[in-house]
Design a protein around this ligand. Structure first.
Ligand SMILES: Cc1ncc(COP(=O)(O)O)c(C=O)c1O
Length: 461
C-alpha cells in the first residue's frame, strides 16, 4: 500500500497577552475596549431580526455623549457639542443625541434636510463642507443656521444669495494650517499664507450681508495627539485677533471633530510612537479649553466653544453581530471562519483591528479551547477580511460572533455589494426596537430600468 505523506505545516508562534484567554470571557488579543455589554442575548436578537445585524445600545450612546460633553464643559466657556451627522446618520441615533442636547453638524443639503426633519431648529445647525449649493445656502440663511465658509468662491456665492434674499447670513470661516505631511489643507482658508486675512477683509467689505460669528478648524480624524488642538486654539485665536483689528467680533471657536474612539488602529496606521492605550478625552479638553483661555478675549468675554465629535460619541455604541457560515483550516495559515457579514458592512476593517468575539451566550467552557482564527466575510473577494486574527473558541455553523466599535462610518460608508445591507436594532429601555429594516433585492434594484429593446429572449444563437 502506498504511504500517504502529510504536508509539513511549520508551527506558528503567536504572541498572546495575559488577557487573551480568561476563564469566563474570550478577549480579543489586540482590540482595545470592546464597547458596551448591555444588549443581552445576541443569539436571540439574531434569531428575531436576522443575521447579520447592526445593534445600537441606547444606554451606551447616551453615556458616551454625556461623558464627552461633561469633559469639555468649563465655567470660562459656553460649550456646544454639534454631532457630526456623516459619522452615523441613522435618524434614531441622531434623535437620541438631540434629546441629549446635541446640535447638528451637517455637510450636505441631504444631511441638512434630515436635521430639520428631526426637528432641529436652524440656529442649532452648523453647515460645513466644501460644496453647498445656492438653494441649500438660501435655506440655511433663512433658518439662521451657522454656515462655515470653505473657499473664496463660496464666500462670493453666500454673499450673493444673502443679498438676493435681503437677509444677513450667519457665518464663519473654516481655517487650516500646516501640521506635518497630512494637513487637511483642502478645506478652508490657510492661516499662514494670508488667505485667512484676505477672507476677513472680504467679510468686512460685505458689511451687514454677512454676520461673522465663528472661526472653525478641523485638522483630521482619529487624532491621537491632543497637541494639534492646542495648536488649533493658537491659530484660531491669531485669526480672531486680526478680525477684531478689522472691527469684526467673532465669539465662536469651533474645533471640529477628530477625537479618538476606543477602536484600535492597525499597526500600519499608527503614528510614530504608537497610540496610548485607553486614551481619555481629558487631555483634548485641556488643549481646547486651556488654549482658548490663553487667547485673551480674542473670542470675547465668554467664548462659545463648539466641538463636532463623530466617532468619539458613536463608535463604541454600536456592534455588528453575524454568524459563522463555514469553517476552514488553511494550509500554512491556520484556522479560519467565514461569516455572513463582509467588509461592505465594515469598511473600517481596513484601518482598525476591530474586536471580534464570540457572542455572549456561547458555551463558556468552550472558551478554554480558544485559539487564533482568521475571520473572513462572505464576499467573493480576497480582501474581504474582518480580522486577520481573532481569538475564538471552537465555532460551529451558526455560531454568533460580535464585531465591536462599529458605530462610526461603518453604516454611512457601507454599501450594497453582492449582499444587501442588514437591519439595525436599537436596544433601549423598552428592549430591542427595529430602527432600520434590512434591504431587499427590490430596494436595491428599485431605481433601475431595462429598455424594452433589451428584454431577454432566446435568439437561437
Ligand atoms: C468638519 C468635520 N467635523 C467633524 C467631523 C467628525 O470627525 P470624527 O468622527 O473624527 O470626530 C469631521 C470628519 O471628518 C469633519 O470633517
Amino acid at each position: 500500500m502506498a504511504k500517504t505523506r502529510k504536508t509539513y505545516v511549520p508551527p506558528r508562534v503567536e504572541v498572546l497577552s495575559s488577557l487573551a484567554m480568561q476563564k469566563h470571557r474570550t478577549v480579543d488579543i489586540s482590540a482595545a475596549d470592546s464597547g458596551f455589554d448591555d444588549v443581552g442575548d445576541v443569539a436571540a436578537l439574531l434569531a428575531e431580526f436576522g443575521s447579520p445585524l447592526y445593534i445600537v445600545s441606547e444606554k451606551s450612546l447616551r453615556s458616551l455623549f454625556r461623558n464627552f460633553r461633561d469633559t469639555f464643559t468649563a465655567p470660562s466657556v459656553e460649550t456646544v457639542v454639534a454631532y457630526s451627522y456623516k459619522t452615523n446618520y441613522l435618524p434614531a441615533v441622531c434623535s437620541i443625541l438631540h434629546q441629549e442636547g446635541a446640535w447638528a453638524e451637517v455637510v450636505s443639503g441631504m444631511e441638512y434636510d434630515l436635521a430639520r426633519s428631526l426637528g432641529v431648529p436652524g440656529e442649532r445647525i452648523i453647515f460645513n463642507g466644501p460644496y453647498k449649493r445656492s438653494d441649500e445656502l438660501a435655506r440655511a440663511i433663512a433658518d439662521d443656521a451657522l454656515i462655515n465658509v470653505d473657499s473664496f468662491d463660496e464666500l462670493d456665492l453666500l454673499t450673493a444669495v444673502a443679498d438676493s434674499l435681503k437677509r444677513s447670513a450667519r457665518m464663519g470661516l473654516r481655517i487650516n494650517f500646516q501640521h506635518g505631511r497630512q494637513s487637511w489643507t483642502k478645506f478652508g482658508f490657510n492661516a499662514d499664507s494670508g488667505d485667512a486675512t484676505e477672507a476677513l477683509h472680504r467679510v468686512k467689505k460685505a458689511g451687514r450681508t454677512l454676520r461673522f460669528e465663528a472661526l472653525h478648524n478641523h485638522s483630521g480624524t482619529f487624532q491621537v495627539n491632543p497637541d494639534i488642538y492646542a495648536r488649533s486654539a493658537q491659530v484660531l485665536a491669531g485669526v480672531a485677533k486680526k478680525a477684531r483689528e478689522l472691527g469684526l467680533s467673532p465669539h465662536i471657536a469651533d474645533f471640529g471633530g477628530g477625537y479618538p474612539s476606543s477602536n484600535r488602529l492597525k499597526p500600519a496606521f499608527e503614528p510614530a510612537g504608537g497610540v496610548a492605550a485607553g486614551q481619555h478625552l481629558a487631555p483634548f479638553a485641556e488643549a481646547v479649553i486651556g488654549g482658548i483661555a490663553k487667547s485673551r478675549k480674542a473670542f470675547g468675554d465668554r467664548p462659545t466653544v463648539v466641538l463636532e465629535p463623530g466617532r468619539a460619541v458613536v463608535d463604541a455604541a454600536m456592534k455588528l453581530a453575524c454568524s459563522v457560515v463555514a469553517r476552514k483550516s488553511i494550509s500554512g495559515q491556520g484556522d479560519a471562519v467565514i461569516v455572513d457579514a463582509g467588509v461592505n458592512l465594515l469598511p473600517t476593517a481596513y484601518w482598525y483591528d476591530h474586536g471580534v468575539d464570540a457572542a455572549s451566550g456561547s458555551d463558556l467552557d468552550a472558551a478554554i479551547g480558544s485559539k487564533p482564527v482568521a475571520v473572513f466575510g462572505p464576499l467573493c473577494m480576497q480582501i474581504d477580511v474582518l480580522r486577520e486574527r481573532a481569538i475564538l473558541p471552537p465555532m460551529s455553523i451558526g455560531s454568533p460572533l460580535v464585531v465591536s466599535n462599529v458605530g462610526a462610518y461603518c453604516l454611512t460608508q457601507s454599501m450594497q455589494f453582492i449582499q444587501p445591507r442588514p437591519a439595525v436594532v436599537l436596544v433601549g429601555p423598552k428592549g430591542p426596537e427595529l430602527i432600520r429594516r434590512g434591504e431587499t433585492r427590490e430596494d436595491i434594484f428599485a431605481l433601475d430600468k431595462v429598455p424594452t429593446r433589451l428584454k431577454f429572449r432566446i435568439t437561437g444563437r
